[in-house]
Design a protein around this ligand. Structure first.
Ligand SMILES: Nc1nc2c(c(=O)[nH]1)N[C@H]1C(S)=C(S)[C@@H](COP(=O)(O)OP(=O)(O)OC[C@H]3O[C@@H](n4cnc5c(=O)[nH]c(N)nc54)[C@H](O)[C@@H]3O)O[C@H]1N2
Ligand SMILES: Nc1nc2c(c(=O)[nH]1)N[C@H]1C(S)=C(S)[C@@H](COP(=O)(O)OP(=O)(O)OC[C@H]3O[C@@H](n4cnc5c(=O)[nH]c(N)nc54)[C@H](O)[C@@H]3O)O[C@H]1N2
Ligand code: SF4
Ligand SMILES: [Mo]
Length: 756
């Protein structure tokens, strides 16, 4: 290879990124081997990594009903054989039998005691029946997860909406993807990205905003690094109030103030129009201008332009803390007509009270410059959980939703659902009930009396935990999990579930790819799958005929769910198609067994006859939306002078219930800390490992200080990760939410910090 010095540095950086991610390179065969150091296994089965929304394809090596190895699948288009350190740690997590929940438990005199399945399930069913009889259908609720298999999310939704007849069902994707979804609807009229991860290989420049891709989508970040090291002029802009590992690849750093993204993006749009970097032909053919909020009114280009007057770079500089020149430079680079631009964003954008509009404003930039609909030019909203798309969004695992874009408040949608489910249309209530934050509030208020919680750990992951815990204390709580958690402390019944690949299932990743996971091993004897638990409860509640699926329920359930998808643009293939495509999956819409790589363009998408058609909107065009900056819910003041932001580290998955069991990960990252800027550390006279107290209007916590670690927040900002059960930062986190998506503002709040 002929390497210039600059390229050499980049290739070296790419290697460092792989090492930091603990990534296995393509040709490294096996991560873990059996005790004798042998790589021979009895069988390899195909699956998808259980952790993030990247959805890396992997093979699972089994000896004697034990998982001894995982390796990336080389010809999986997502990861080309790579896995990051979390994927590689899966065998260790799976094999931790010491604390694994093995038997159902019931709380008696304050203590959880083991029992048998019949007793536990009868008790759950009785509690549901009793509460419904006494207090009505809306007194029981289900809180699930985008880490459920597709079939499980679908059945949970059907159980609540068609069985019981309540819309009291939500999942943790509300905390995560809700603003991405409402953003998609506002601009395109339907959910999920049009591009694919493969766009990374064609992009000339990347705009990363509110995404720490290096730690949270490591395999995609390695792909981005590989792209950057192969082409000398690939450039990267990173917009984040905090310096992270993702900055190892950046050419332009935008250290904007927390929650000022709306001002930055509007200002970039201002520059694009001001300097006439607009692709007028694209704008004329494929877009409409809309007033924000309800998106009711159409406006003209001139009116849109006028709406940006408050965001001239000089003015936006005041809000964002950036310089006018930084904003202009970023806008010019983004809009460079000779370059293909891909934008990635994640929770730094979604978890704001301005989350929905921030999503819309990112689309505005792509639409104004026509950087959409061709390989390498695409706006790409990154997903978090392994099946945030497949299970949560597509199935409609929310109070207001029915499968594949349908809403409970729409009569036709309800009618279609009722027909497939075989119930009377009136069975499905027309009014949504509680979004996630409101659901836990309703428990605290005593309105919801019984909660079934599955594959999620709200007593650690919800904002404003003191309020959430009030609800968990009050209600009768059933928890389906695999390991002990904070939430189990509040459980009245614990149902021990099968883990990943102890049953077959399907996940849908962040690029519309639905993948089949083979069953690799049997679960421990007295443990049952989440799907089995759901079907058993359905039977015990008397809905047996709606939920009878023969001896291969995963297949029959999937094929029933598929009926919802046909003709909606979210079309899925048959169950058999996914089994045949195991190891790579299929990108929807799947028409006649054929996947669709890029959506909305005639070359790839059978729904489009010619050119580009944004067919989610009736007018077939995408909306460029005028929205203004309104600011975060809580800003620092005299009493609470620092911004607090929260998030993740590469080693741990969310609440750490799984990854804290893998020795390498735990040793690398044993406990949570508060990261601060060196200037602030000086001001407070603290250094590494000093103990400090953080206090917000909602709670307080003691933490050790980290200065000059892997991340560095801007002055005035503190960062705390939320994986550590011993240090619950969410006691402090605000529970204000975006008015459209109802997604909480995990990323911004005000705190004070004191040296102890
Ligand atoms: N290792 C690991 N990977 C994961 C997960 C995990 O738990 N661990 N979880 C998965 C899930 S479910 C999700 S949702 C994703 C999350 O993936 P990310 O969104 O990448 O992760 P976070 O650390 O939550 O936040 C990302 C960045 O937002 C920045 N940020 C904070 N406030 C603002 C702001 O006002 N504006 C901007 N522009 N940026 C801001 C933070 O500094 C941080 O660097 O990760 C997925 N991948
Ligand atoms: N401060 C702060 N809080 C946040 C965020 C943030 O950025 N900052 N991000 C939010 C986001 S984006 C997300 S997605 C949420 C995630 O929050 P949660 O979903 O609450 O977090 P997890 O740790 O993923 O919880 C999954 C649970 O399922 C269990 N489990 C694993 N496998 C199985 C299985 O097969 N069956 C069953 N029944 N259980 C299983 C695990 O042990 C664990 O207890 O956190 C949110 N909370
Ligand atoms: S990048 Fe995500 S899906 Fe891929 S191995 Fe890592 S955690 Fe698993
Ligand atoms: Mo998430």
């Amino acid at each position: 290879m002929n390497l210039t010095r600059r390229n050499f540095l980049k290739v070296a950086a790419a290697g460092a990124v792989m090492t930091a991610a603990g990534c296995s390179p393509k040709d490294e065969e096996v991560a873990e081997v059996n005790e004798d150091g042998e790589q021979e296994v009895e069988q390899w089965t195909k699956a998808v990594c259980r952790f993030c929304g990247v959805g890396c394809g992997c093979e699972v090596g089994v000896i004697d009903n034990k998982i001894v190895a995982v390796k990336g699948i080389e010809d999986n288009p997502v990861n080309n054989g790579m896995l990051c350190m979390k994927g590689l740690a899966l065998p260790e997590v799976m094999n931790d039998r010491e604390e694994r929940l093995m038997k159902p438990q019931i709380r008696k005199n304050g203590e959880l005691v083991e029992t048998d399945w019949d007793t536990a399930l009868d008790l759950v069913a009785d509690k549901f029946k009793e509460s419904i009889a006494k207090h009505g259908k809306d007194s029981v609720a289900f809180y699930g997860s985008a880490q459920n298999y597709i079939q499980e999310g679908y059945i949970a939704s059907k159980l609540m909406k068609a069985g019981i007849g309540t819309n009291n069902i939500e999942c943790n994707a509300r905390l995560c993807m809700a603003s991405a979804v409402t953003g998609f609807y506002g601009t395109f009229g339907m959910d999920e990205p049009m591009g694919v991860y493969g766009d990374i290989d064609y992009a000339d420049q990347f705009f990363l905003i509110g995404s720490n891709m290096a730690e949270n989508h490591p395999v995609l970040f390695v792909r981005l690094t590989q792209r950057k090291s192969s082409e000398s002029d690939v450039r990267v802009i990173v917009a984040d109030p905090r310096k992270t590992r993702t900055h190892t690849m950046s050419d332009i750093d935008l250290f904007l103030k927390c929650g000022s993204d709306v001002a930055l993006l509007n200002s970039m749009a201002y520059v694009i129009i001001d300097e006439d970097l607009v692709d007028h032909e694209f704008v004329d053919n494929y877009t409409k201008f809309k007033k924000g909020k309800g998106l009711e009114g159409e406006i003209s280009f001139e009116e849109f332009k006028k709406s940006l007057n408050d965001y001239a770079p000089k003015k936006a500089a005041e809000i964002t803390g950036l310089t006018a020149e930084e904003i202009r430079e970023a806008a010019r680079m983004f809009a460079d007509p000779d370059k293909k631009t891909t934008t990635f964003w994640c929770m730094g954008v979604n978890q704001q009270v301005q989350g929905t509009k921030t999503n819309n404003l990112i689309y505005n930039l792509h639409l104004l410059t026509g950087k959409i609909g061709e390989p390498g030019s695409t706006p790409f909203s990154l997903t978090g959980q392994p099946s945030a798309c497949g299970t949560a969004r597509e199935v409609g695992y929310f109070t207001h939703r029915l499968p594949n874009g349908r809403n409970v408040s729409n009569f036709e949608d309800r009618k279609e659902a009722a027909e497939i489910w075989g119930v009377d249309v009136d069975k499905i209530p027309a009014e949504p009930t509680y979004h996630t934050v409101a659901m836990f509030d309703a428990m605290a208020e005593g309105e919801i009396k019984v909660l079934w919680n599955m594959v999620t750990n709200p007593a650690q992951s919800m904002p404003n935990l003191n309020r959430v815990n009030e609800g968990l204390e009050k209600a009768f709580v059933i928890v389906s999990d695999v390991f002990p958690t904070e939430t189990i402390e509040y459980a009245d019944v614990v149902l021990p579930s099968s883990l990943w690949v102890e049953e077959e299932g399907m996940f849908g990743n962040g690029e519309r790819r639905t993948q089949f996971l083979e069953k690799a091993i049997d679960s421990p004897e007295s443990v049952r799958s989440d799907l089995w638990q759901l079907l058993e409860i359905a039977k015990r509640l008397g809905y047996g005929d709606l939920f009878s699926y023969g001896d291969h329920p995963e297949k029959e359930i999937f094929n029933e769910y598929r009926e919802f998808t046909l003709g909606t643009g979210y079309d899925l293939g048959r169950y058999e198609d996914y089994v045949a495509a195991k190891g790579r999956g299929l990108l929807w819409p799947v028409i006649d067994g054929q996947e669709t790589v890029r959506r909305f363009i005639a070359e790839d998408d059978p729904y489009v006859d010619e050119g580009i058609e944004f067919y989610g909107n009736e007018h077939g065009k995408a909306n460029i939306v005028a929205e203004g900056y309104t600011g975060p819910a809580e800003l620092p003041d005299e009493e609470y002078p620092y911004f607090l932001t929260t998030g993740r580290v590469i080693e741990h998955w969310h609440t750490g219930s799984m990854t804290m069991r893998a020795e390498e990960l735990r040793e690398e990252m044993p406990e949570a800390y508060v990261e601060l800027h060196p200037e602030d550390a000086d001001k407070l006279n603290v250094t590494d490992d000093d103990l400090v107290k953080l206090t917000s209007r909602r709670g307080e916590i003691e933490l050790k200080v980290r200065v000059g670690g892997r991340g560095e927040p801007q002055p005035g900002l503190l960062f705390v990760p939320f994986f550590d059960r011993e240090k619950l930062i969410n006691l402090l986190v605000i529970d204000e939410y975006d008015p459209v998506s109802k997604e909480p503002e995990f990323k911004i709040g005000a705190v004070k910090i004191e040296k102890l």
